[in-house]
Design a protein around this ligand. Structure first.
Ligand SMILES: Nc1ncnc2c1ncn2[C@@H]1O[C@H](COP(=O)(O)OP(=O)(O)O)[C@@H](O)[C@H]1O
Ligand SMILES: [Mg+2]
Length: 239
């Protein structure tokens, strides 16, 4: 039985998202290196597996041993690690170019090693490698659009993970996804704190504030309250 929303299994975050991610949609986690993207995506994958769903985790950055040593020790992952279909891939231009829809379809089928119809959740960690390999925003946009079409066709809920550049524009992934979760470090009086913002989520009212979180041996823990700026430029006047 597949639940209405694709939850993270992190109560506060699921609540803020109006229940979780929308089924059969594309979603994005974006942030700089080391901020917590892989751990957050792993929560989501584990929650699917715990719920009896078929989950594929595509990783371009880890290998089998790294993933297991790193992620299996989190309590949320321990029992379900072996149920997730881990796929460790290297994105190679020679398999992708010239880019066609057929190549993407064949490439994904081969990588999944199973029928698209049987898959409920896919994590793609990270699509930055695909973007760098294609090295062209138009090609990249086409590739992700093909992949989005496919997951819609097969009824898959996808979570894309993207490395945010230190400087400059984000890629086009944010435009094709129904929700975007941005992880960042915020400067506070005591130093820095980890915080996330839900930049968009189709169909739900979302908090506009930064949501503080911690990473512990239990994984991502959402803290109470919000972070708001100390100064503001505008105020309401009504006369
Ligand atoms: N067991 C742990 N306890 C506390 N913090 C951890 C633990 N494991 C990882 N972290 C923190 O998580 C960060 C990496 O998270 P990760 O999701 O891999 O980042 P990325 O955004 O690069 O995918 C590390 O920088 C580290 O600070
Ligand atoms: Mg990562």
């Amino acid at each position: 039985m597949v639940e209405n929303h694709a939850k993270f299994g992190i109560q506060k975050l699921d609540d803020y998202l109006g229940g979780g991610l929308n089924r059969h949609s594309e979603n994005l986690i974006i942030g700089r290196s080391g901020i917590g993207k892989t751990i957050l995506a792993a929560h989501w994958a584990a929650e699917g597996a715990r719920n009896g769903e078929t989950v594929v985790y595509l990783s371009t950055t880890m290998n089998k041993n790294v993933a297991k040593n790193y992620l299996k020790r989190f309590p949320f992952m321990e029992d379900v690690y072996e149920k997730i279909h881990w796929r460790f891939i290297r994105v190679d231009p020679k398999f992708l170019l010239p880019l066609t829809r057929e190549k993407i379809v064949e490439g994904l089928k081969f990588t999944f090693g199973m029928d698209g119809e049987d898959i409920d959740r896919v994590v793609f960690d990270s699509c930055t490698d695909l973007e760098k390999t294609l090295a062209d925003p138009v090609l990249y946009r086409r590739a992700i659009t093909y992949m989005a079409d496919l997951s819609y066709e097969y009824g898959i809920t996808s979570l894309w993970v993207e490395e945010a550049p230190m400087k400059g524009e984000w890629s086009d992934t944010k435009n094709i996804t129904e929700s975007v979760i941005f992880l960042d470090l915020l400067r506070v009086s005591e130093g820095y704190t980890r915080a996330l913002r839900i930049l968009k989520k189709y169909g739900s009212k979302i908090p506009l504030e930064w949501i503080p979180y911690d990473i512990t041996e239990n994984g991502i823990e959402i803290k109470d309250g919000f972070l708001v700026r100390r100064e503001y430029e505008y105020e309401f006047k009504c006369d």
